[in-house]
Write a protein of this length. Structure first.
Length: 138
């Protein structure tokens, strides 16, 4: 299993909308950055992802699970980019702000800090555990 971080503007698609999508989940589409698209291609069924509200809030707010591996993005007329399907797992007990992530020296290597515009990024297991602890998840 791998771990990821998915960024979405909450006024476009929020964790609450993801929760309302239910057990069938929703398609994570519209990614047009090649590095982010390559990350989508690496996702496997059962991988877990932090759900990050970007621009408004700038914080990790929940966890989602990959339920369908990469396929041609139905919103891409050129058929070059992919999408995955994800489903809601849970809201965090305590949201993790970007400010608090930046304050943690053990997280300074994360793409969230180094490549702040990247919308889909891997999270190593050690960082996943640190972030879960920061959100009061056991």
């Amino acid at each position: 299993m791998k771990y990821w971080l998915l960024k979405s503007e909450p006024n476009v698609w929020s964790i609450d909308q993801q929760k309302k999508a239910g057990k069938d989940g929703s398609i994570w589409d519209g990614v047009r950055n090649y590095q982010a698209a390559n990350n989508l291609k690496k996702m496997k069924m059962g991988d877990l992802c932090f759900f990050y509200h970007s621009n408004i809030g700038k914080e990790i707010v929940g966890i989602v699970e990959v339920i369908k591996e990469s396929f041609i993005d139905p919103t891409d007329k050129m058929k070059k980019f992919v999408a995955v399907k994800i489903k809601y797992k849970k809201h965090l007990n305590k949201n993790i702000t970007l400010e608090n992530i930046k304050k943690n020296k053990k997280l300074r290597h994360l793409a969230l800090i180094k490549q702040s515009r990247l919308s889909i990024m891997p999270i190593d297991m050690k960082s996943w555990k640190i972030l879960n602890k920061m959100s009061n998840i056991k």
